[in-house]
Design a protein around this ligand. Sequence first.
Ligand code: FAD
Ligand code: UDP
Length: 380
Amino acid sequence: MFDYLIVGAGFAGAVMAERLASCDNKKVLVVESRHHIGGNTYDYYNDDGILVHKYGPHIFHTNSRDVYDYLSQFTAWRPYEHRVLASVDGMLVPIPINLNTINQLYGLKLSSLEVNNFLASKAEKKDRIITSEDVVINKVGRELYEKFFKGYTQKQWGLDPSELDASVAARIPTRNNCDNRYFTDTFQSMPLHGYTRLFERMLTHPNIKVMLGTDYKEIEGLIPYKKMIYTGPIDYFFDYCHGKLPYRSIEFRFETFETDRYQPTGTVNYPNEHPYTRVTEFKYLTGQKHIKTTVVFEHPKALGDPYYPVPRPENAELYRKYQLMANNKQNVFFTGRLATYKYYNMDQVIAQSLTLYKKIALITKNERPTNGQKLPSYES
Ligand code: FAD
Ligand code: UDP
């Protein structure tokens, strides 16, 4: 009998498995429908020997020392600060929009103070910031919105920015300085030997068994367990009883070139002129030295693996219906990007699972029998 069945071997599930096995000596079965661990962060060496991320580029960044310290038990790090250029008006300019972007785009030599005034003169101030269109136009005006955000967002989500929550475009700041980094978090680095190796080290514990290539519904009722941690899509768990939650998918098209470098930086974004949103060259991220180079083109699409929850009011409302049902499931805990329908980065998912683990550990502690009192049974 397993203490826990954990559905999904991405960060949400692996953190739970590792904590429950290592700290509480629980017997854990991790069931994963894909043929590998690591969830969407899975990386591997392709036929040319280049380390690539199967489900698109994953750059680790966090402000949380707890998350960084936690992961550091399972990996050494390679410091890496991601830089992105956007292809706009025939030029490659830094994104997030900063002082360099404006000066390059308009052939100016503005200072930080002057760029504030420049952007203020372009911005259309909004009383209420509700959508992703509002958030950008309010900061930088319609012209820059159309150059950098409108087309990219339409491709990425299949929706106009005016149909998406403000939180989506708000991920991208605007800066009045020359900081060309994509992220400004305190901790920015890549697992030295890749994500898959990190996961292997997390899941190598005598109490953890991993079953790959298996949807958990195939083994329900066959393998006994006491409680479940679920990290797959929440609507699937409840057999879509309230209807399907939209998730955006992406086709990842890999190409290897017989050259050392393909592009001038880790990622180039294409807001306008191409069917893909961005191109990432892995060797920048991984630091690998190789005479060839592999890049990935991202072509967003509606159907396929569920990668992105789509943040907009009607979806939040539908999710709440499932969340209510989830709250009433006593021995099932939901965590992760798909199970809580949140557009979370890796560090947020790790933090969410570490918090859930602490909550479960507390419940378990309070359940310990005292004076001959019996433990409540969780077997269904
Ligand atoms: P997942 O990694 O999706 O893991 C869930 C696992 O559950 C999957 O492996 C799935 O196969 C399995 N599963 C689902 N249903 C079942 C079932 N019925 N039975 C058995 N198994 C099941 N974050 C960053 O911090 N930095 C980045 O640069 C970054 N880039 C990203 C780029 C892309 C293209 C995408 C899509 C995401 C990116 N993210 C990034 C986000 C990151 O991928 C997630 O935050 C993180 O991987 C979520 O972990 P998870 O465990 O919740 O989900
Ligand atoms: N975005 C954009 N243009 C860009 C970069 C981002 O319009 O050049 C918008 C787009 O809607 C995107 C969102 O900002 O989905 C968040 O961007 P991020 O790079 O964080 O996306 P992710 O890496 O999660 O795909």
